[in-house]
Design a protein around this ligand. Structure first.
Ligand code: 0RA
Length: 651
């Protein structure tokens, strides 16, 4: 503590609480930001930006600049009102200091202007402060510039006036993520870009500039068309049947904004947001949307005789969502989040608000745009016919018991215990790796399902073809929780689904095909974080009796350095840089490892690393799959070029 912050007894007492709060955050960072991997690191930036977005929602900010500085610190600057700096009467210090150092103090001062903030992110900038080696804040307010600096959350001086700010208000926060806390402190431009782009689509009045001074990349996001442009962006690689429909309104104190369009595709892609937070698990706003969409389109179709009254097929909700791309964004004052990942909206008043607004305004729209209305109804009728065909196909397959987990697939080596929570299934590329995995596993809780070659690309196949595919049938039967609309994850026979493919191009293709399948037909599994990617090593490095596995090139270099350093004549180096007496073998495929090695490196829960697949950015995920697996060649080439440096698909 510095002398500035110990003036009065009262002050000291407050400070002890503050220190305790900061200590709690540093002790258990994951409780506040989810985890301490790259994901948690990027969460810091999002947290600060969210505060600036809140200023925009309150109507006071139209521009945010985010910079990854050369020294790897990050600056977020906005043109909001600036964090208040006046003395806080009870705390006896500047409000700025309170906001920056007290947990959850962010919006306390001004309930009215902080109407819709909070929710999932809103842990407050004090958390970012606590997890930063240092943080500097400048506030432009009342014609002055105020400044304070912190180290690991602790103020280094009092709030100081350091100059004049003519005609300017706002807040500038620069923080250095703490290397003691995070496993990695490398910011990825694309990860930051995804969120900034999403925020700019959701808040059309805000311009967000993102600059990375390390990678020398810069983008500006500003979409005056808001959700309409968002939907067009999501559908970039599809062919829409009409111009996006845009609807907005406010009921029950809940502003609602919706844009959607149909294209000639099978999958739907509906993104829902509450206070700019993506609600992967949906909730009341989504159900309101679905109910009103089905009812309004159905009514219109019958009223205008677009569906014959004596027609054999009736259109269901699913038919009205086939090929639909939609974004629903609501602002809720006190959101209740539920569900496994706390991304499901629970407020019941929101359902009726969305239902009423969409019902009213969509009817109007359809009356005013009969040509579009006709196209939409025709599309949904085709969906109903296809669904009927698929039902017949599925019944046929079901009769043969192929999708039924009572009849587990022959090549599944199941585990012996019966408790999904503790059981995992490895879906393995190829019979030979499957063989090693079967021998190497702990058969009590690990099941192995080997796959032959590539599975079907579900992005481009009709549902009846999907259901006829043997590899897919085996996966569906083994997991035993149904597929598509019938899927219910609580029936899953395993708590972890682990994809294990070779570390080569084919392996990554198979992995993508499998992820596409899970994303489109068992999305809950991904939303609930039950899908994982195994991480087999790339190298085995051997010296004498010692064997070490390396999972990437960096690790290989580290091991080589160590081997070089600890021997007697080890500075003698063979021509390719390998120290004498050391051999490196590169694993080309899982099949090259014997069962013990596979267990030790990739399957033993005590020692393995598995990557959890998550839906952090649903918009990005949909785009990735559509781009990688869809028809359009050019976006795929661009995408692969852009992402080539990342080894893993981070959806
Ligand atoms: C508390 C109260 C007010 C604004 C803010 C916090 C605020 C926080 C951040 C964080 C980044 N940028 C920010 N901008 C504002 C209300 C201020 C008032 O009533 O004047």
């Amino acid at each position: 503590m510095t002398k500035d912050v110990t003036q009065t007894n009262n002050y000291t007492a407050v400070n002890i609480n503050v220190l305790k709060g900061l200590e709690a955050v540093r002790k258990r960072p994951a409780m506040y930001i989810g985890d301490i991997t790259s994901r948690g690191l990027h969460h810091l930036v999002n947290e600060v930006v969210d505060n600036s977005i809140d200023e925009a929602l309150a109507g006071y900010n139209d521009r945010i600049i985010v910079i990854v500085n050369k020294d790897n610190s990050v600056t977020v600057e906005d043109r909001g009102r600036g964090i208040p700096v006046d003395m806080h009467p009870e705390e006896k210090r500047s409000a700025l200091e309170v906001v920056m150092t007290v947990l959850h103090a962010g919006g306390k001062f001004d309930k009215d202007s902080y109407k819709v903030s909070g929710g999932l992110h809103g842990v407050g900038v004090s958390v970012v402060n606590a997890l930063s080696e240092w943080l500097k804040v400048e506030v432009y307010r009342d014609g002055k510039i105020y400044f304070q600096e912190y180290k690991r959350g602790v103020p280094q001086t009092k709030v100081k006036e350091i100059g004049n700010a003519k005609n300017k208000t706002g807040t500038k926060i620069t923080f250095m993520p703490d290397k003691e806390i995070f496993k990695t402190t490398k910011f990825k431009f694309e990860t930051l870009a995804e969120r900034m782009r999403e925020l700019a689509y959701l808040n059309k009045e805000v311009m967000i500039k993102l600059r990375d001074e390390i990678e020398d990349e810069e983008e500006t996001y500003h979409y005056k068309g808001g959700l309409i442009e968002f939907v067009k962006y999501l559908d970039e690689t599809r062919s829409p049947l009409h111009k996006p429909v845009y609807i907005e309104g406010e009921k029950e104190n809940t502003p609602v904004e919706i844009a959607f369009e149909y294209s000639d595709e099978y999958a739907d892609n509906i993104l829902s947001y509450v206070n700019n937070i993506n609600t992967h698990e949906g909730g009341t706003h989504l159900s309101g949307f679905k109910t009103a969409l089905t009812r309004t389109l159905n009514n219109y179709a019958y009223k205008n005789k677009l569906i014959k009254e004596n027609s054999k097929i009736t259109l269901t909700g699913d038919d009205f969502r086939e090929g639909l791309t939609a974004v629903i964004s609501v602002k809720v004052m006190e959101p209740q989040f539920e569900g496994q990942t706390k991304t499901k909206l629970g407020n019941s008043e929101v359902k009726s608000a969305v239902e009423m607004i969409l019902g009213e305004k969509l009817s109007e729209f359809l009356e005013e745009h009969p040509a579009i209305a006709k196209k939409i109804i025709e599309k949904c009728s085709r969906a109903a016919e296809a669904r009927e065909a698929a039902r017949k196909a599925r019944d046929l397959v079901r009769r043969k018991n192929a999708l039924d987990s009572m009849h587990l697939p022959g090549k599944l080596a199941d585990c012996s215990i019966n408790d999904p929570e503790h059981c995992e299934i490895y879906i393995v590329e190829g019979d030979s790796a499957g063989g090693s995995a079967k021998q190497g596993r702990d058969r009590r809780f690990q099941a192995i399902l080997p796959l032959k070659g590539k599975i079907l690309n579900v992005e481009k196949a009709k549902i009846n073809k999907i259901l006829e595919n043997n590899e897919i049938k085996a996966i569906v039967a083994a997991i035993g929780a149904g597929i598509g609309y019938d899927f219910s994850s609580e029936k899953s026979r395993y708590g972890k689904i682990i994809i294990m493919t070779d570390a080569d191009v084919d392996g990554s293709h198979i992995r993508t095909l499998l992820l596409t399948f899970f994303y489109r037909h068992m999305k809950e599994l991904i939303a609930e974080g039950k899908v994982y990617i195994a991480q087999p090593p790339l190298y085995k490095i051997k010296k004498g009796k010692e064997e070490i596995y390396a999972y990437d090139d960096d690790e290989r270099e580290k091991v080589l350095k160590r081997f070089k350093g600890n021997g007697k004549n080890d500075d003698e180096v063979s021509e390719d840089g390998t120290p004498r007496g050391v051999s490196i073998s590169r694993y080309k495929g899982l099949g090259e490892m014997n069962p013990e090695q596979l267990w030790e490196t990739t399957m033993n829960p005590e020692t393995r690393t598995v990557l959890q697949v998550n839906l952090e950015s649903a918009a990005a995920a949909d785009k990735i799959f559509e781009t990688l697996m869809g028809d359009a060649v050019e976006p795929r080439r661009e995408f692969i070029e852009k992402h080539a440096k990342y080894a893993n698909l981070d959806i």
